[in-house]
Design a protein around this ligand. Structure first.
Ligand code: ZN
Length: 318
């Protein structure tokens, strides 16, 4: 039943251009898919990742332009952490400051240096230094030198009123093991060397509930190796008495969603088919791609979306 860890993380931006500029120019991530929210085609859905956006590197945003800023609290995913090389802590600290960000003092957690900072809309981000980095395929168009590139997700932090119910889901269904505790932070990890192995449950019993909005994290998705694996997880979730959706076709993966008793929306997403299902690796992200069922409405959909500029050329790694 084990998952290999995170598949993707989805959050909300009310400013798609700022979002693109930040992920490409500051973090050096590639825009690997430009599409719309399949349930709300009036909004962009932007995907960033390594060269092809493999599972464990895919950060995605719904472009909800009229959303009010979210408010941090319990019952939500609080922070997204990326892996950086051990030797890159001072590089990233200096880079963030130089580009107008205000990273907090470097913390040490479970023996790793952590740089906490906020993205341009206030979403909590962390860069975690690791010696044994997960392998990713660097995007050569990135402004970040290859030796300092992000290596996909390190993990996520969830803020929770109670951690028992989420502990059960992680350990009994998804194959996570608790590997440590520091204060109110409980660390869970899956074995293996894929990116996105860590989930931290942060016990926040006296914090108000988070209020969803711009800069909030909408959901986190875990990897299923196959449709059968996904179905097995779906059944286990249902056996625990939690409502899990049917399988939904997201074109780049197939998804099952369930809200944990702790309030966080989880998704189980298949590794296949991935982002190259309808664009070549070279062309990924370079134009608006719609699912077949919206193609007939392309003119109307394009007219309703705000114009965006990809801030860096896509055509590299040729
Ligand atoms: Zn998702």
């Amino acid at each position: 039943m084990k998952t290999a860890g995170l598949h993707h993380i989805t959050a909300v931006t009310k400013d798609p251009q700022t979002n693109i500029d930040f992920y490409q120019q500051v973090l050096g991530q590639r825009l690997v898919k430009t599409t719309v929210n399949f349930d709300d085609p009036g909004a962009y859905h932007l995907y960033y990742g390594d060269y092809t956006g493999v599972p464990g590197t895919a950060m995605t945003f719904f472009g909800w332009l009229n959303s009010v800023p979210g408010q941090v609290g319990s019952g939500e995913t609080h922070a997204v952490a990326y892996s950086i090389p051990q030797h890159s802590v001072s590089y990233w600290n200096a880079r963030l400051k130089q580009l107008g960000f205000s990273p907090a003092r470097v913390e040490s957690r479970f023996g790793h240096d952590v740089i906490p900072f906020d993205d341009p809309e206030g979403m909590r981000m962390e860069l975690v230094a690791e010696e044994n980095l997960p392998a990713v395929e660097a995007w050569l168009g990135s402004p970040v030198p290859e030796e300092h590139e992000l290596h996909g997700f390190y993990g996520v932090s969830l803020w929770l009123d109670e951690i028992e119910s989420t502990t059960r889901i992680l350990s009994e269904i998804l194959g996570y093991q608790q590997i440590g505790q520091e204060g109110n932070r409980y660390r869970f990890q899956v074995p293996g060397d894929a990116p996105g192995k860590v989930v931290d449950l942060v016990h926040k019993p006296n914090t108000g509930r988070g209020i969803f909005g711009a800069s909030s994290i909408h959901h986190i998705a875990f990897r299923a190796f196959s449709d059968e694996h996904q179905q097995a997880i779906q059944q286990q979730v249902r056996r625990m008495g939690i409502h899990a959706t049917q399988v939904i076709d997201r074109q780049y993966f197939r998804s099952v969603y369930f809200r944990t008793p702790g309030g966080v929306l989880f998704e189980i997403a298949t590794d296949q088919p991935g982002f190259t299902v309808n664009e070549s690796a070279l062309d990924l992200g370079s134009k608006l791609v719609l699912p077949p069922w919206y193609e007939a409405r392309r003119d109307e959909i394009e007219a309703n979306l705000p114009p965006i500029q990809r801030s860096l050329p896509q055509e590299v790694n040729a």
